[in-house]
Design a protein around this ligand. Structure first.
Ligand SMILES: C[S@@+](CC[C@H](N)C(=O)[O-])C[C@H]1O[C@@H](n2cnc3c(N)ncnc32)[C@H](O)[C@@H]1O
Length: 351
């Protein structure tokens, strides 16, 4: 039975489903986009994330983890949640020695990761160290709402002639509360992705960190800055590195994602800071590395070492991609720090 048929059957039995249920099945059912045996997060896959662009991403974040380890001391653990193919951890572990756990739900990704690190379903009850989640929160199931005649309506998933369609639904209390707090200014007809699961996830992780920090890296922005994207909303699909079909058309066959509303996350992480990815990676030395690569490329050209020059040029282009102000550099990094031996997260400077 196809996943679409399985969803249609559930709707026939129980009526329309909230969008977060549809997204959960589409991505994480065993026939879902991440649920099967195909590894999605790799260069040849459906989307290209920062660690898939370059080993420089993991290498640069190694400096952050190293700083955390020096500050906290042993025991210290690095936890990567939604670790995908392991493209962040491999280069990171090549430059620092650290105890690591990868948390993954995708069977294909878990298989790939188990060669390099311990893989688990959930985070340890207590974390003393650094937790990193790159492009995880945009994939957590979300509800959908639309502003109609000045009020909010939810958009659930129903069926019409064996096709999946959006249907109107009375907004639930939790959805209305989230919208009141974080939707920001939205014109009539505008769509908002209600990211309750992302907020719950952050709350849960913060409750586990006894000493250390959390880095959430993703596309998105504050509620205010997302205003211009609200007319059609930011929900979209990806397949083979391109925007895919309508999210209801081919469940399980495409990635479903939306911009992360960082206002909702900052609100529950007091003292957290929001950086741009280009600034954050620069503060960890990536721009210096880029200058060095340019210099070494010139040296290789002068000395006639073409292989070396090409290698350096590739790395240089990758560093530029990670820092591109209108591309990956425009991603956001939410950094939350909790260090027992310090006065408070907002008083701590990164080394
Ligand atoms: C867009 S991919 C990003 C993978 C990797 N972080 C990267 O940047 O290449 C999102 C990953 O998060 C995983 N994921 C989704 N929900 C999860 C959860 N609740 N716990 C752990 N992993 C999860 C998915 O299986 C998928 O591999």
């Amino acid at each position: 039975m196809t996943l679409k048929q399985r969803i249609l059957d559930e709707i026939a039995r129980q009526g329309p489903m909230p969008f977060e249920r549809f997204m959960d099945l589409s991505l994480y059912d065993r026939r879902g986009f991440f649920g099967g045996e195909i590894l999605r997060s790799e260069k040849s896959g459906d989307f290209l994330t920062s660690p898939e662009v370059s080993v420089l991403f993991g290498e640069t974040l190694a400096a952050y983890v190293k700083g955390g380890k020096e500050e906290i001391g042993e025991p210290f653990q690095l936890v990567e949640v939604g670790a995908g193919s392991g493209s962040l951890l491999r280069p990171l572990l090549a430059v620092i020695d650290v105890d690591v756990i990868a948390i993954e739900v995708s069977p294909a990704a878990r298989n790939n990761l188990s060669d390099i690190v311990e893989v688990a379903d959930t985070l340890p009850i207590e974390v003393r160290g650094v937790v990193i989640a790159n492009e995880l929160l945009d994939n957590l199931p979300m509800a959908l709402a639309q502003k109609i005649d000045g009020g909010w309506r939810e958009r659930w998933v129903g069926a019409e002639d064996e096709s999946l369609v959006f249907v109107d639904a009375e907004p639930r209390d939790g959805v209305l509360e989230w919208l009141a707090a974080y939707a920001g200014p939205v014109d009539d007809g505008g769509w908002v992705e209600v990211q309750l699961a992302a907020r719950d996830w952050v709350r849960d992780v913060l409750g586990r960190i006894t000493d250390g920090s959390l880095l959430i890296i993703d596309y998105g922005d504050t509620a205010e800055n997302l205003r211009g994207r609200r007319r059609d909303g930011t929900l979209r699909t990806y397949r083979a590195h391109h925007l895919g079909p309508h999210p209801l058309d081919e469940p399980g066959q495409t990635d479903i994602t939306a911009d992360v509303n960082f206002s909702a996350l900052l609100d529950i992480a007091p003292g957290a800071e929001l950086h741009r990815q280009d600034d954050f990676l620069t503060s960890l030395g990536l721009r210096d590395r880029l200058h060095q690569l340019r210099h070494e490329e010139l040296e290789a050209a002068r000395s006639g070492d073409d292989m070396k020059r090409l290698e350096l040029r590739t790395l240089k282009t990758e560093a530029e991609t990670l820092l591109h102000p209108r591309g990956l550099g425009d991603f956001r990094v939410l950094e939350y720090r909790r260090f027992r031996n310090q006065a408070g997260p907002d008083t701590v400077q990164r080394t």
